[in-house]
Design a protein around this ligand. Sequence first.
Ligand code: MG
Length: 457
Amino acid sequence: MKIQFGTNGVRGVVGDTMTVEIAQRLGQAVGTYLEAGQTLAIGTDARSSRDMLSSAFIAGVLSTGVHVQELGILPSPGIQLWVRDENLDFGAIVTASHNPPPDNGIKLIAPDGTETSKTEENAIEALFEAGEFRRVDWTDVGERTRTEQAREHYLQAVLDQVDVDLIRKSNLRVVLDPGGGAGCATAPELMERLGVETVRISCDFDPAFSDRPSEPTEAHAAAAIEAVVEHQADMGILQDGDADRAIFIDEQGQYVWGDQSLALAAYYELTRYEPGSKVCTAVSSSSCVQDVVDMQGGELIWTVVGSPIVARDMIRCGAVFGGEDNGGLMFTRHQICRDGLMAMAFMLELVAKTGKPLSELLEIVPRYALVKDKTKVPEDQKQTVLAALPGLLQGLDGVVSMDDRDGLKILFENGWVLVRPSGTEPIFRIQSEAKDEATARALAAPIHDALGRALTA
Ligand code: MG
């Protein structure tokens, strides 16, 4: 049996590529990777397959002599925080984040609360494939316990990061839409404790995501946008299925793109620290992040795409903040992982503190046009085409530099183009960004030409 860890653990379709057998075997592999007598915490999102998969995984872990502490349904960052703060030896989250209802998955968490590194995943993957697991006799089988405390610990930790009294006095009104996901376990209560008047949408667990798909895109935000306008709310907030991300709608009912909320948070978070403080984000993020970090005299460190990598780079370079352009914000002072609950508490405090509406706050964030495109590249040619690209672009007008830490990012005087091989399809994704769409397209044109030449070469 084989499995492959993607950017966010192992995922598949329940009953097909994600089964009881896989979950149990992964539990055995993780347990064998750990030492007998150690403890792993496990929590889930709200999907209907949560008990089936977590029970199988837990059985596998217990059989290796490792103890399991069950946390119930909780946002991923709540589980990660518990693993870190309780000094546990490992964590597991049964979730498929924003994927459709038939999917589920298992994500592994290191003792420091971050998502496991590639090295750890490779070791566990090898154990999974080899199938040589530690088996203990009846005297040493792991113990299974359950705690309800992780939820309160998480809520309190987020509340500790903001000025609760100030937010309470500001009489804010919010439209909250966790989409029936794990966010329902904590977001409505956070609003209550912050004294925020809340118009609730999809605030009950719904494994079918029947009100809206779990990914908080603009198209899926229609109900929340309408409610913000109707109720004259200060903002709307949407979450994905495991609530590690939060997406905002301003008081005028405008959907706020993830790169804008990332830049806004970076701008204000940096005011808490010395000049020169570092921020990390992936090479695919908008230049607006660079702009606001420059405005504050900070330093932006670009990273490879994927939240576990952004998090590890943040730790390595001592960044005070980081995140992704999909609504995943990481505040070092709280915990270095994407945290939707922390993101919403931060935005509410920001509006309360400045007395400015969200739309006005966003005016400091420069706007760019992003064009997303793709081109077919056969799997067996991906590496050679990518390697040939810099040579083929030699002497191209306006190129300032090239960055090959993830795919190839070509930086121009007036924008950039990022070429990245897809991990799952025989295509290259081509993103280009500039001040306007026509320029973004014009910048991408010679890159498309070069790719065409590399393919026929
Ligand atoms: Mg997620």
